[in-house]
Design a protein around this ligand. Sequence first.
Ligand code: F6P
Length: 328
Amino acid sequence: MESQIKKIGVMTSGGDAPGMNAAIRSVARACAYHNIECVGIYRGYEGMIEGDFKSLNARSVNHIINKGGTFLKSARSQEFRTKEGRKQAHDQLLKEGIDALVLIGGDGTFTGGMIFNEEFNFPIIGIPGTIDNDIVGTNYTLGYDTALNTAVEAIDKIRDTASSHRRLFFVEVMGRDVGHIALNAGVGSGAEEILVPEEDLGLDRLLESLEKSRQTGKSSSIVVVAEGDKTGKNVFELRDYVEENLEGYDVRVSVLGHMQRGGSPSCFDRVLASRMGVKAVESLLAGKFNYMVGTVNNKLELYPIDKAVKGHSKIDAELLRVSDIMSI
Ligand code: F6P
């Protein structure tokens, strides 16, 4: 049976992530391959409300697979949170003749898409794009692998200066609600301690561990801290706390910040984005709506978008244990 979908809109929304451009490219090329039209929507839901659209053919997306950020730009739209704003967006899509949407982003993006679908019965499909890797229904989100490598590279450099001066560094990495970057970058860079939002290891345990490190002859220490860690102290307060409670420690702080969101995507993210874009377009053409494309055990699967939004990703408890063993 021939598909009713003739024109697909694609947009990126929320925090940008490396691999978003590669995903837009994949959506545009999969549309061209299946002889349907593709429209890029600029600035996420904000651009949708304003009708900021541009036709994308296979050549419009040349040489972007390797580029960080998103050439369609991203935004967090307040107006789309209102019924009036969503009605305006719907009118713009109808005017442009767009039949379905590929939404590339995180849970905020998917929540918006879900509400939009409930109100207007508009076909949507999601591609998970966020460095935080905090979406249920997929082992990996676009940008996570690149961000991990960026964080590890930065921490390796910090280690060089830390060991030259026999210093302790608190390194803050991104992850407002989840500790996937902290845990994996911490293990990957050989951090002595890792503080994540999912588990409060406690300040006493931190002091004990640092004291033990010193007694066992370590010349430098790195503590990787996720933005949202649960000790109740940010990295600067942690520094003050250690300086007050442990003698002889020369402590410094480094906040990696938004550099983790930028940069050329890793090969892993480029390949994942290419696969997910094709899967998203072909699923829409097959009449499968309101799903997110996820990767589970390296197989692409469709996961109901409402479950992706409502669920909570879990930290790898075994990796936390491995980290403890490694920092002996
Ligand atoms: O992209 C996800 C994330 O990096 C979070 O870890 C972080 O807290 C947040 O975005 C910061 O985003 P922004 O500075 O755009 O508000």
